[in-house]
Design a protein around this ligand. Sequence first.
Ligand SMILES: *Cc1c(COP(=O)(O)O)cnc(C)c1O
Length: 375
Amino acid sequence: MSPVDGASATLTIDLGALAANYRLLRARLGPGCQCAAVVKADAYGLGLGPVARRLAREGCGHFFVATLDEAAALRDALDQGGDEGEAAGAIYVLLGAEPDTAAGLAELGVIPVLNSREHIELWRKEAARRGGPLPAIVQVDTGMNRLGLEARDLDWIAQEPDALAGIEVRFVMSHLACADEPGHPLNQRQLDAFIGARATFPAASASLSNSGGILLGQAYHFDLVRPGIALYGGNPLAQGPNSFSEVVQLQTRIVQVREIDSPQAVGYGATHRVAGPCRIATVPVGYADGYLRSLGNRGTAFVAGVRAPLVGRVSMDLITLDVTAAPPEQTRPGAIVTLIGGGGAGLDDIAREAGTISYEILTRLGPRLKRAYVN
Ligand SMILES: *Cc1c(COP(=O)(O)O)cnc(C)c1O
């Protein structure tokens, strides 16, 4: 790790590990299936530009974002990587076409995921206005009850010959609700419903699986898969070992050490009481950095390879660690503290301690952390 210089902490992002995870996913795919990358929310907090350009270099030609603004940022980021000689890649916008975004999506040449009859009608009008066909993905709801066409919308398309006039449906798509639980019966039910829904779009390719869905096997792959969390090193499965490489490490330095030898309390609210002699190290990362407040009295850090439990509450800019178990000469101000990864508490461990999932830990990592890209 490089010195923190000016920032409170360094988030190291291993682009080589990201690329390795992409290759590992691709190696699992059925014949003819392509591997997209989901880079919404600033590539899950890791930085849209570096992540997307690295994946493009690996041959990724399909990118999913949530919004038109993210699509515009991604287009700029990919254009900057043009010297690699890669095709720019297709950009899909998960939130679809709204009255205030349809013209912008078409202008930018990005592809909305149409989630409703309203989206379809809007995109059809946009195509007519521009005098030529426009590409789209059509999403169908197969059991998650969140986004996508319902059965009655599919009936409308089947009965109305001009429902999709001017819309070139590249993919029919759906999203799995329980892909992180391979044994959940909803997986098979959604697969069956998806196969049924495809009949309404005979010419379109198909896309169903996120990271967890890819691990369900090739029956779930179709023509395009859409991994996110596995690329970034999170475990796509709710339980069991993680086969993906660690991409993120969070490190900082001790700013102050307090030797306590009488019963006292630590931090806001005096929630942690020390009984005997101990050493408490104060570290400059807090909930403003995305180190969640729910980690108070629960989190784990590592100093000099030794486990240092987080004691007391998480402050906005600071946490306090019990470093009594580590050698004093290695826990002075300036000593490196590892908060995520690096052989200490992994991303999924921290998420569990915080009562959340790796996705939330990653997407909350704040702008104050200095991002350092390696490999
Ligand atoms: C976010 C998202 C994904 C990626 O999911 P992971 O679980 O991170 O792999 C795929 N598809 C859709 C529709 C999404 O919203």
